[in-house]
Design a protein around this ligand. Structure first.
Ligand SMILES: [Zn+2]
Length: 188
């Protein structure tokens, strides 16, 4: 960030008097431009024993499989965002059952909120950002072609919980270290 979006003056990067973190501060209108994590909302669309996945038609992770998810828009709730992303990426209608998983990704300043959902019907098809939409049995999940650690971890939890007959909410952090991603469940 270089210029103020309100008055176009140049910004300085320093710790404000009553603060303990570096912020972008406008030298002219004195507004402090706070930056905070972004929320990604997504769904786990379930039909009987199968899970719906989308094959990505965009970078990053082109050609890899993902659960429908994306950044929340302004004025939207997390639930609405999950439903909208599922509609946009898979043209699929869902009924949301529960908030199932929350992941913090401090290395990219994102928080993921994944909702366990029921597919309303089998009327789905690839959206603009998707090459293919398909229902998978547990045994057919393409584990080596899953786009993101968050998606892999959500699916892992889902099948573990289903096999144990004990669905419950999961909260954890994904930590990037030496180019690798580690998952740490923080609330058990
Ligand atoms: Zn300004």
């Amino acid at each position: 960030m270089k210029y103020c979006c309100y008055c176009s003056a140049e910004l300085i990067y320093e710790i404000p008097d009553d603060d303990n973190r570096y912020r972008y501060i406008c030298q002219s209108c004195e507004i402090i431009h706070y930056q905070n994590p972004k929320i990604v909302a997504g769904s786990i669309p379930v039909w009987e024993d199968q899970i719906l996945l989308c094959k990505r038609a965009i970078e990053p992770r082109y050609g890899y499989w993902t659960l429908p998810a994306g950044f929340m828009e302004l004025g939207e709730t997390s639930l609405e965002a999950a439903i909208r992303e599922t509609l946009e990426e898979a043209n699929a209608k869902i009924e949301v059952e529960d908030l199932y998983a929350i992941f913090n990704l401090p290395y990219v300043d994102q928080v993921y909120m994944m909702f366990k959902s029921r597919l309303v019907d089998l009327d789905f098809s690839p959206g603009e950002e998707t090459q293919e939409v398909k229902l998978f049995d547990e045994g057919d999940i393409p584990w080596n072609e899953i786009a993101f650690t968050t998606v892999k971890q959500t699916l892992k939890f889902y099948f573990e919980d289903r096999n144990n007959g004990n669905f419950h909410q999961h909260t954890g952090d994904i930590i990037k270290k030496d180019g690798k991603y580690d998952f740490v469940e923080t609330l058990l």
